[in-house]
Design a protein around this ligand. Structure first.
Ligand SMILES: NC(=O)c1ccc[n+]([C@@H]2O[C@H](COP(=O)([O-])OP(=O)(O)OC[C@H]3O[C@@H](n4cnc5c(N)ncnc54)[C@H](OP(=O)(O)O)[C@@H]3O)[C@@H](O)[C@H]2O)c1
Length: 298
């Protein structure tokens, strides 16, 4: 019997069965967790019901069905508009909000949930929809450590589920930071594909070589995180000056092949600013100082 005085029928309820919510529900079902689903447009639950999910007739019934309520809607405003009128039903529940938003929205929603007696975890799905349910899919969560501990097994059926800390704002901070990281890497990749493409190289052939190069890049992340922590930037992986010169070559080669130079110029400008403020002889991770200070630096 749940705290709402209703027999809980499921382990987890999923509210919002769009592209992401549907995949979340499928992953819970695939892992053998009793799953109740609710969606504004009821037909979107049909396929999940065929796969073993329980259809909740109302939003209130979905909340009552499980101790763990996973919400996946377009934005926080929709979450609050939808859950606001049924907030008292959330008492004693753990709400996991996998809706994308800002750190401020996560903090406000956690406070709102606490005000209604619910435990709260903010979360972010980092790996798109295709990998959900597989160990390669990264899910980050922050907020109640106790709630994460209790529901860990269920949340781990989504993929590589990581609890970042008790501050609910951490999940959206990581969400945006990791998004920027992926885009930095992919922007470099798209530029590289254009460059080798201008030399007649097939994108797939290049991708095969590029993915083999990634372990080196990720090893730099580990080493440079340590350097940044220590505030010391040895030049083992090349100085800012050396990298600025190499970036000039990339700009020049791109121009010679008639392709855009936006991406290498972005990195070149960053290295140039770092040199202008005395970091030329530092190791490449010294650019962190330039990034941290932003425009105030020059
Ligand atoms: N899709 C991805 O690859 C991906 C990846 C990472 C994160 N996310 C995040 O996951 C969240 C959901 O994304 P999605 O791709 O699943 O979106 P989606 O496919 O557009 O689905 C949106 C869901 O929200 C429901 N909804 C919208 N307005 C509503 C309202 N006023 N009241 C009740 N329900 C409402 C929709 O119900 P109806 O079916 O009735 O319209 C639908 O179930 C977003 O915050 C997104 O940023 C998505």
């Amino acid at each position: 019997m749940g705290e709402n005085g209703i027999h809980e029928r499921s382990t987890v309820s999923v509210i919002g069965l769009g592209q992401m919510g549907t995949r979340l529900a499928q992953a819970f079902l695939a892992a053998g967790h009793g799953t109740t689903v609710w969606n504004r447009t009821t037909a979107k639950a049909d396929a999940l019901v065929a796969q073993g999910a329980v259809r909740a007739a109302t939003l209130e019934a979905a909340i009552a069905a499980s101790p763990l309520v996973v919400v996946c809607l377009p934005d926080y405003a929709t979450v609050r508009d939808l859950l606001g009128p049924v907030a008292e039903r959330l008492r004693g529940r753990v709400v996991v909000n996998l809706t994308s938003g800002t750190p401020q929205e996560a903090t406000r929603t956690a406070e709102w949930a606490a005000g209604h007696g619910a435990d709260y975890l903010d979360g972010a799905a980092m790996s798109g929809t295709r990998l959900v349910g597989r160990s390669e899919a990264l899910f980050v969560f922050s907020g109640s450590r106790e709630a994460f501990g209790i529901h860990r097994t269920v949340l781990e059926s989504l993929g590589n589920s990581v609890h970042l800390g008790t501050d609910p704002a951490l999940a959206p901070v990581y969400d945006t930071a990791l998004f920027g990281l992926a885009w930095g890497a992919l922007a470099g990749f798209y530029h590289a594909v254009a460059l080798v493409g201008a030399a007649g190289v097939d994108p797939a052939a290049f991708a095969a070589v590029a993915t083999g190069h990634m372990p080196f890049v990720t090893s730099l992340m580990t080493d440079h995180a340590r350097q940044i922590q220590d505030g010391r930037f040895p030049d083992d992986d090349g100085t800012v000056e050396v990298h600025a010169a190499a970036m000039e070559h990339l700009v020049g080669t791109s121009r010679a092949h008639g392709i855009g130079t936006d991406v290498p110029e972005l990195f070149g400008n960053l290295l140039g600013r770092a040199m202008a403020t005395g970091h030329g002889a530092n190791g490449m991770a010294g650019v962190i100082d330039t990034i941290r200070k932003g425009e105030r630096h020059v």
